[in-house]
Design a protein around this ligand. Sequence first.
Ligand SMILES: Nc1nc2c(ncn2[C@@H]2O[C@H](COP(=O)(O)OP(=O)(O)OP(=O)(O)O)[C@@H](O)[C@H]2O)c(=O)[nH]1
Length: 401
Amino acid sequence: MSALHVPTLAVVLTLVAFALALAVGLAAWGQREPDGLGVWGAGLALMGLSFGVLLALGWLPWPRLGLATGNALLAASYATALWALAGFRHTRWPWWRVLAPVAMVAAVSWVLADRPVLRFGVLNALFALQWVGLLLATHRWRDAMPGRGRCVLMLGAALVLAVFLLRLGALALGHTALAKPFEPHPVQSAAFLLGLTGLVVLTVGYVLMSKERVDADHVQEALIDALTGVPNRKALLEQLHRTLAQAAREQRPVAVLMLDIDRFKRVNDTWGHVAGDAVLAAVAQCLKGGLRAQDFLGRYGGEEFLVVLPGTGEVGAATLAEHLRTRVERLVVPWEPEDIRVTISIGVHVMPLATPSEMQALIDAADHAMYTAKRTGRNRVVVSGSPDELPREGSAPPREG
Ligand SMILES: Nc1nc2c(ncn2[C@@H]2O[C@H](COP(=O)(O)OP(=O)(O)OP(=O)(O)O)[C@@H](O)[C@H]2O)c(=O)[nH]1
């Protein structure tokens, strides 16, 4: 290990830090949703700068100032890494949390400039504390970082922390020669290798976290209807399929409500398409607010919504449908020159023992009941199979009584 030339390793570390800063900066450039990646890149640049200053100490006219600056930049780069993570979590990060460790490290470097062993010990302890803080924060903020990127990042942080623990351990065992900057020593070689590996792993972890966030957003966008903010048809059908499969396993009923805004064309024709959009969004949120936690609402098509009620029988489904109908009836959508009110017609169908293969039949039956509600006056609820329902084409007329 001592064959590994420490100053060369330090130069490699400097170049790698700058190269990663450039790559990360390019990746973060023009990001739609900033997630701290740009700040992470700035931290890498600060790290490269700090090693540059420390490597140039021998040539600087004021080595004491150079030492304090180089170490302060290193503390700043570590503090910036934590700041970036706070940004990933959309947490406001006060300036003092970045500046406090920087000021402390600068003061220690300056005051203990003539006591290299003590300075080396205190500085490595302070840096180790910064990385313990970063590891703890990453663990505490795991909800905001649910993917594998966080694990990779924590591995990188552990490797960097190991650098300072290794140096502190060696110092405690009497290897005081380490205290000279870039002194050839197997422990220093190992520390630089660990640091280099940790830096790369950390950055890969952060970029992975950023990518996982974007992927999750895309999945979410693909399943949410942009206008109304409720699940779209694809998400709705997938959820209904899952609900039917679970209901079949548990031998429980599933109810489906098909809801359609009455005379919606008139809303568009009277107040314009933008008003129609506002009404659609307001109705969707109104319906959503009237559901129980286990129920599921989605936009089935134009002005049609579908509600899935797992484990709900006919009486419960009809009661909930009536509740939704009155909620929408009371809804007032603010608009100029006059507020807009609409009503909805609802068709209800319940399958006591449904299976996923009957999904389309379930929807069609609710749709037909809704069609009956339209044809028999609108602003009403019709339960499929009830005497109210009009006969379906090609089917037997509804039973009497
Ligand atoms: N503003 C807006 N209008 C939509 C949207 N999707 C569908 N529509 C309109 O919804 C209207 C549906 O009209 P129809 O199917 O004739 O039904 P209706 O006027 O609601 O009458 P009934 O259903 O019989 O009560 C059409 O004018 C569509 O253009 C949308 O996303 N935004």
